[in-house]
Design a protein around this ligand. Sequence first.
Ligand code: CA
Length: 446
Amino acid sequence: MLRCLLPAALLLFTSAFASSAQPNILLILADDLGYADTGFQGSREIPTPHLDALAARGVRFTQAYVTHPSCSPSRAGLLTGRYQQRFGHEYNPMWLPNDTTVGLPLTERTLADDLRAAGYRTAVIGKWHLGAHPQFHPHARGFDHFYGILGGGHNHLPATKTTVEYEAPLYSEKTAVPHTGFVTDQLTDAALAWLAAKPAPFFLFLSYTAPHAPLDAPPADIEKLAHIADPKRRAYAALVTTMDAAIGRVLEQLRASGQLENTLVVFLSDNGGPTSKRSPNHASNLPLRGQKGDVFEGGVRVPFLISWPAQLAPGVYPHPVSALDLFPTFLAAAHATRRADAAPLDGANLLPLLENVSTPPPTRTLHWRVDGGYAHALRSGSWKWMRVGEKPAQLFDLETDPYETKDIAAEHAERAAQFAKESAAWSATLVEPVFVNQAFRNTVNE
Ligand code: CA
């Protein structure tokens, strides 16, 4: 059994998941959000009242992980429910819209494929980043509707100049549309328009480009945060507060239309915030060490909420969970089954765990592999083991050392050796990356 790192869970759940009606599912993904940079995560600097309210009426997870410390591989794991290294999606794709190898391999079924098969209307609005070639288009990956960008990010304001990828058109389905204003608001308007038709049940993957760089938030929103002295952190914070306001608009429309009660809403970030060495956003991941790109906790442990007012009472879940768990959780909530010939999922359905606080969390090891094996890490109980590059393997006990400062591999040599073996055995079940992005070295590990 995994050791509990925090006081007993404060969960109280309704007696059963007896509802026969399929819930709507709203999956909101922030891009490069710092662990500490919302009110519900403890920030007193960056006001996020709508996310805080969502946290207050939902379940907040204090040890939630993504499968990779950077954008695209993390999204590949999230949307397939499988460790992305099982199918070679281990790097961020280069911006190569004519390349048929750089994208989420077509062997994989997505969450949208399975939910659509269960009767859901499906949409992705925002950042895709799972391949820009037409064969990887969201329409080919289970989504009825797409509005957003195919690449890894976008200028937030039309006047900003950065790169070809970040200045590429937005698309409505397969038609280019002009970038007319602050992109967070433009994406949100598209989401509200799609939801206004009351698709039922719906699965909406709302994938914001905020607060990823560039830090070109609207000046008026930056000015509201004058209490933040550092101008870059102030601009980054404005990308967070404007995303929070946008999420507030979506939730308010669902409330006003009577849909919120039976909508399962999930909010998380795709990886840790960049703090200093990589695309510096001046995000904060405190009290965790490291940042985007690292296998330290700051790279892979993320803010994570689930709200489903019709079924789940508010609380805090203190045991480790993974973004991989969302796929089976959504299928269970939707009373959907996976196609018999589909590849097995790696996560666990969280609903039974959340239903009864005395249910022990699953005994399992969470694994990471980055850059085709440049970095390996695992989490087992409160232990965190990692090996990066040519450096000796390190071992930490997160219960007593949450900031990963004291390497105890030498003191626990036998255990460290066992973890090295376990990590190698897991890695041996994976495939080589199907595309490699040499220009993007994921692992920083400050
Ligand atoms: Ca990201």
